[in-house]
Design a protein around this ligand. Structure first.
Ligand code: ZN
Length: 462
């Protein structure tokens, strides 16, 4: 079964065909580090991490790059406001960002490049754009000449004249056209700068993503470029223009955009007093799974409205899972498991329903519905250990894709089984040091292994 993805570039749901399967390369625009991340950022971070995990679950080898914008007007302005050093400010919010990722249980990307660490590559990229006639130098900076790139507007689907209303009218008189955007900004006194052939300055925001995505994914064309809907114009439109002007090749075959988050039907804003940071959420609810379940309840491409009632609903849903797992554990306590391929048709059908939903443009509301079908089926069959054991295993497998824990288990069934298989092959290769290491590791997590003639069984310590 192929996976279908809604592609913002073609405005159609399309069959997903990566450039060189099973490899998939994904770039997603990360955070600008001048403040704590809010729950809108959490949606973006979680949804794209989930897509990456789901593609891996479906057998793809994903290379996932998520950048950090650590130099930007917002950072410079905030540092001036607070009268602190801009570098210290960005370092502080980078470490707070990593705390948030850990609290949410979101994996690190394969590569998390920072803008300030890739300036020489950006300078080279801009030089090529100038040489090709797509960019020009003025006393305030280097600008991309939008009208030189014929496809400008193809991602956001706007004609150039409509875009005039979309751009901030800058007072810069040196630009040839108000739509032209900065590739390099000459620095004003007291601003951070890097040397360049055009003078001391800093890169524009858009150029960093074109450069770092191609550099770290080692490809001129990406499989997937992802970000929030608010980034389509001008950020992604500009990234695309820079990259395609430079290479003459498509920049990304698929563009995925998630919908935005509102709070009680209002835009989140500090001035409205409805700003919820990830740290605020965790401090209040002590459980990131509630936030994840709330995100999963809407299709990623739709807007989502945060209310406390919805978090309460998520709490009830999680409790239903926890209660079931409790019941199952009481029924099966002490039973020895085997890494087995014993399958139950009803459970397999539910699992297939989950996969079908997720294959269809990552339809998480329907995926969740399949998970709760499984919870209901297990409750009905609670006396039947031949049903509830595989049910629990599949539940753990599917919730693992969503990074939602079954209870407070330190380790999922599927992870245990993967470890056992790894240990089996270590034993087959007479690598007893590794095999012992795996046994001890599992024991520390309360998992007891027993080697029998029929293979290895395992149980949780009661
Ligand atoms: Zn970007």
């Amino acid at each position: 079964m192929p996976i279908y993805i809604y592609n913002s570039l073609t405005r159609k749901k399309e069959k997903f065909v990566p450039l060189s399967p099973p490899k998939v390369n994904i770039y997603t625009c990360g955070v600008t580090v001048y403040d704590d991340c809010h729950i809108g950022h959490a949606r973006s971070l979680y949804i794209f991490d989930l897509m990456r995990r789901y593609l891996e679950y479906r057998g793809f080898k994903v290379n996932f790059v998520r950048n950090i914008t650590d130099i930007d007007d917002k950072i410079i302005n905030r540092a001036k406001e607070l009268k602190v050093d801009w570098k210290g400010l960005s370092e502080k919010y980078i470490s707070r960002y990593y705390e948030d990722l850990a609290a949410l249980g979101i994996s690190e990307a394969d590569c998390e490049p920072r803008a300030t660490e890739n300036i020489p590559e950006m300078i080279k990229y801009i030089e090529v754009l100038i040489n090709k006639g797509y960019a020009y130098v003025t006393e305030t900076g280097v600008y991309f000449s939008v009208r030189k790139f014929n496809d400008y507007g193809k991602l956001s689907g706007q004609a150039i004249k409509e875009m005039f209303s979309g751009v901030r009218k800058e007072s810069d008189e040196t630009k040839k056209d108000p739509l032209d955007f900065a590739l390099w900004k000459m620095s004003k006194p007291d601003e951070p700068f890097w040397d360049s052939p055009w003078g001391k300055g800093r890169p524009g925001w858009h150029i960093e993503c074109s450069v770092m995505s191609q550099k770290f994914l080692k490809s001129e064309t990406l499989d997937i470029h992802a970000g929030g809907r608010d980034l389509i114009f001008p950020h992604h439109e500009n990234e695309l223009a820079q990259a395609e002007a430079l290479t003459g090749k498509p920049f990304s075959n698929y563009w995925i955009h998630h919908g935005l988050l509102t709070i009680n039907a209002q835009k989140m804003a500090k001035s409205l007093g409805n700003f919820i940071t990830i740290k605020d959420f965790i401090a209040k609810y002590k459980n990131a799974d509630l936030l994840k379940l709330f995100f999963l309840s809407a299709h990623y491409s739709h807007p989502i409205d945060y209310t406390e009632e919805k978090i309460e609903e998520a709490k009830k849903a999680l409790e239903r899972i926890a209660i079931l797992i409790d019941k199952i554990e009481k029924k099966v306590s002490g039973i020895k498991y085997q890494v087995s391929s014993k399958k139950n048709t009803e459970i397999e059908e539910i699992k297939n329903k989950f996969i079908e939903a997720m294959d269809d443009d990552f339809n998480t509301p329907q995926g969740l519905a399949a998970i709760f079908d499984l919870v209901n089926a297990a409750n009905k069959n609670i006396e039947n250990t031949d049903f509830i054991l595989p049910a629990k295993r599949v539940l753990s497998e599917l919730l693992g894709i969503f990074k939602i824990s079954l209870k407070k288990e330190e380790i999922f069934d599927t992870e245990i089984e993967a470890k056992i298989l790894e240990r089996n092959s270590a034993r087959a290769n007479k690598n007893f040091a590794l095999s012992d290491k795996i046994r001890k590791e599992l024991e520390q997590k309360g998992i007891i292994l027993e080697d029998t003639k029929e293979g290895t069984t395992w149980r949780r310590k009661i």
